[in-house]
Ligand binder design. Structure first.
Ligand code: COD
Ligand code: ATP
Length: 208
């Protein structure tokens, strides 16, 4: 059986990764979503909970034993050491779970790996055939995240400062979706990339 084409999708907070992934899935792609996996690992009984309890204490767990996401978010985006500690706990587990999901869905024509920190952690780029960046201006990101959640402008800006710059992320892209219009404009770009990915295989395209 051929290995499916693996596309790493990345983009800053609120750029539209989930919206694009949702539509790729509708077209038949397999989606491997590192944010979703991180959520599963940190629900009650999740694989990452014992290490989080050990390093951060029970203060960062809710009464039902899952990660207190708000509290952890407030901590890590103003404490670099805590951020690195949480990433050191979660990233190896996320990667293992991504690979497991990828193997379980090997029959799909191509896979979209949603990895927000693909630029910040280049080792994630290994074994990917292409990189797709969901691009949009920071002001749009801020508005979208504020609309979607209870976060203040300052809180979103603080997260943005911890993430790669737009221009750096674009420097690793093979493909770019500019998500500054409406959902129809986003879907049109996904449709075009869907055709491109169906016509590519890992055997006839190498990223490097
Ligand atoms: C800090 C946490 C608990 C906040 O949870 P919350 O539900 O508020 O956010 P959610 O998980 O939906 O993430 C939303 C976005 O935040 C940004 N983000 C998350 N983690 C990080 C990080 N370590 N560095 C920079 N940005 C991050 C991404 O843009 C992500 O898409 C959570 O994001 C987390 O566990 N982060 C560490 C895991 C990680 O590094 N994930 C990225 C996988 S590549
Ligand atoms: N083209 C668009 N038009 C209107 N709203 C959009 C568009 N793209 C995304 N959105 C909305 O903006 C918000 C952020 O989008 P989405 O959740 O897809 O971003 P994300 O990159 O996955 O974010 P995060 O990094 O936080 O996981 C969502 O509420 C989504 O519905």
């Amino acid at each position: 059986m051929n290995t499916p084409l693996r596309i790493g999708m990345t983009g800053g907070i609120g750029s539209g990764k989930s919206a694009a992934a949702h539509y790729f899935a509708h077209l038949g792609a397999t989606i491997i979503d590192s944010d979703q996996i991180a959520h599963q690992l940190t629900t009650s009984g999740g694989l990452a909970i014992p290490a989080i309890r050990q390093h951060f204490g029970t203060d960062y767990l809710t009464t039902n034993g899952s990660l207190d996401r708000q509290r952890m978010r407030e901590r890590i985006f103003q404490d670099h050491v805590a951020k690195r500690t949480l990433e050191a706990i979660l990233h190896p587990l996320i990667r293992a779970a991504c690979w497991q999901q990828a193997q379980e869905s090997a029959a799909a024509p191509y896979q979209i790996w949603v990895i927000p920190l693909l630029y910040e952690h280049p080792d994630w780029q290994e074994n990917l055939d292409r990189i797709l960046v969901i691009d949009c201006d920071e002001e749009t990101q801020i508005h979208r995240v504020m609309q979607r959640s209870q976060l203040t402008r300052e809180a979103v800006e603080q997260i943005l400062r911890q993430q790669a710059k737009r221009i750096d992320r674009l420097s690793i892209a093979n493909d770019v979706i500019v998500n500054i219009g409406d959902f129809a404009a986003l879907q049109q770009q996904v449709d075009a990339l869907h055709q491109l990915y169906l016509n590519r295989t890992p055997q006839n395209h190498h990223r490097l």
